[in-house]
Design a protein around this ligand. Structure first.
Ligand SMILES: Cc1cc2nc3c(=O)[nH]c(=O)nc-3n(C[C@H](O)[C@H](O)[C@H](O)COP(=O)(O)OP(=O)(O)OC[C@H]3O[C@@H](n4cnc5c(N)ncnc54)[C@H](O)[C@@H]3O)c2cc1C
Length: 367
């Protein structure tokens, strides 16, 4: 029998950071994952400054030399572009496998018990198994990703909304041309470029159709295609699903969901891991107080701001003419874009987005 205060199904970024947060509160924590480190995943591989700040709160410092810092975000449309630097801190482009290795070592250092190649299965409600062993834990967390089995077993699958997009990523060795994450926009598809080493970029596409592979998407972005022409592809293409999923509840009884298992925002926000890390801190706090209900409300609070940004960005994805006008308006008012970025990566305040949106609205009337 596996006994613990907190048993976490899934040792991806959410599970590992939640384990560290709970361990720092004195809980005995076990994490079981069906795969083994270093676990890869289709991802834009950009950690925003707020994600790094949340990790730092938990004593996790990622080695910047194992990745590549970036200083802001640049949007590029067909006829216009706009960029802004982060108001505070820098982001970090880091290969998913490298980040996973670093989180595993951080979890080991604080005494989390890690079980790899150990898929969690259910044997009826409220009985979890890892291999032949039964799990007996005061609390259980589902950090088993967007397709979470734990969510289903716990009866937490009821959702407010759901939308899917499909991503593909590949790494290219190429002379560095950007110290910002670039988001290239075209009709029905975006491509993200994240510098992850002095001579390597991660290129990830996102589209509503499932079969738009990178090689088919790139011709929609002639400038980017030109930069990548002849560049060596250093990894094979990897696909993934980006879900916008809003669940009714993320806790039930002694079970809590975290990370993509607990609902997710479209990857266009670049905030997936930051949300997971913030949820990890909130879950640790709630467990330390023995008040899982407070995690439910904290989870909703953490999601609110980034969810609004995701809605706005997905509107630009859906409406080509609106996107053209918004990018043109932002190009002529870069300070508005800077305000929006600052709100996105800062402490979310309900009125934080009002002024940038009013300015943008005015800009739209005058472009
Ligand atoms: C195309 C794309 C680009 C993205 N770009 C970014 C970005 O640039 N920045 C960013 O912050 N976020 C990005 N995201 C989002 C980010 O990848 C996710 O938010 C993040 O991976 C969530 O982490 P997680 O630990 O919740 O889930 P996952 O990373 O999916 O980890 C889940 C873990 O659970 C394990 N597991 C599953 N089932 C079981 C089981 N039954 N038993 C045991 N273990 C199990 C899996 O092996 C896995 O290790 C992107 C997503 C996509 C699709």
């Amino acid at each position: 029998m596996i006994t613990s205060d907190l048993f976490i199904a899934g040792g991806g970024p959410a599970g590992l950071v939640a384990a560290i947060a709970a361990r720092r509160k004195g809980l005995d924590v076990v994490v079981a994952d069906g795969a083994q480190p270093e676990i890869d995943k289709s991802c834009g591989e950009g950690l925003m400054p707020d994600a790094l700040a949340t990790l730092a709160e938990l004593g996790i410092e990622l080695d910047a030399c194992a990745g590549q810092p970036f200083y802001g975000i640049r949007f590029l449309g067909r006829d216009s572009s706009v960029e802004a630097c982060f108001p505070k801190g820098v982001g970090l482009g880091m290969r998913r496998t490298v980040m996973h290795g670093a989180l595993v070592r951080a979890a080991e250092r604080v005494g989390v018990r890690l079980l790899w190649n150990s898929p969690v299965t259910a044997l009826g409600q409220e009985l979890l198994k890892v291999g032949d062993e039964t799990v007996c834990s005061r609390y259980i967390a589902g950090a088993d990703g967007g397709n979470s089995s734990l969510r289903r077993w716990a009866g937490l699958d009821a959702r407010v909304s759901e939308g899917l997009r499909f991503g593909f990523r590949r790494h290219y060795r190429v002379g560095q041309w950007t110290d910002h994450v670039e988001v290239h926009w075209s009709s029905g598809c975006q491509i993200y470029v994240t510098p992850i080493a002095p001579d390597v970029v991660c290129v990830a596409s996102l589209a509503r159709v499932a079969d738009l592979r990178l090689d088919q998407a790139l011709p929609r972005f002639p400038e980017l295609e030109r930069r990548l022409r002849g560049a060596e592809a250093v990894t094979t293409e990897r696909g993934g699903v980006s879900a916008s999923r809003h669940l009714r509840r993320v806790t039930r009884g002694n079970v809590a969901l975290i990370g993509d298992a607990s609902g997710s925002l479209d990857a266009v926000t670049g905030e997936g891991m930051c949300l997971a890390f913030r949820q990890a801190v909130a879950l640790g706090d709630a467990l330390a107080l023995d008040r899982l209900d407070s995690y439910q409300s904290a989870h909703a609070r953490i999601r609110r701001g980034p969810a609004l940004m995701a809605d706005l960005l997905l509107l630009l994805d859906r409406r080509d003419s609106l996107r053209g006008r918004v990018l043109a308006a932002l190009e002529s008012r870069p300070a508005v874009f800077a305000d929006m970025l600052a709100t996105h990566v800062g402490e979310w305040k309900p009125l934080g987005m009002v002024w940038p949106l009013v300015s943008l609205g005015w800009g739209l009337l005058t472009v």
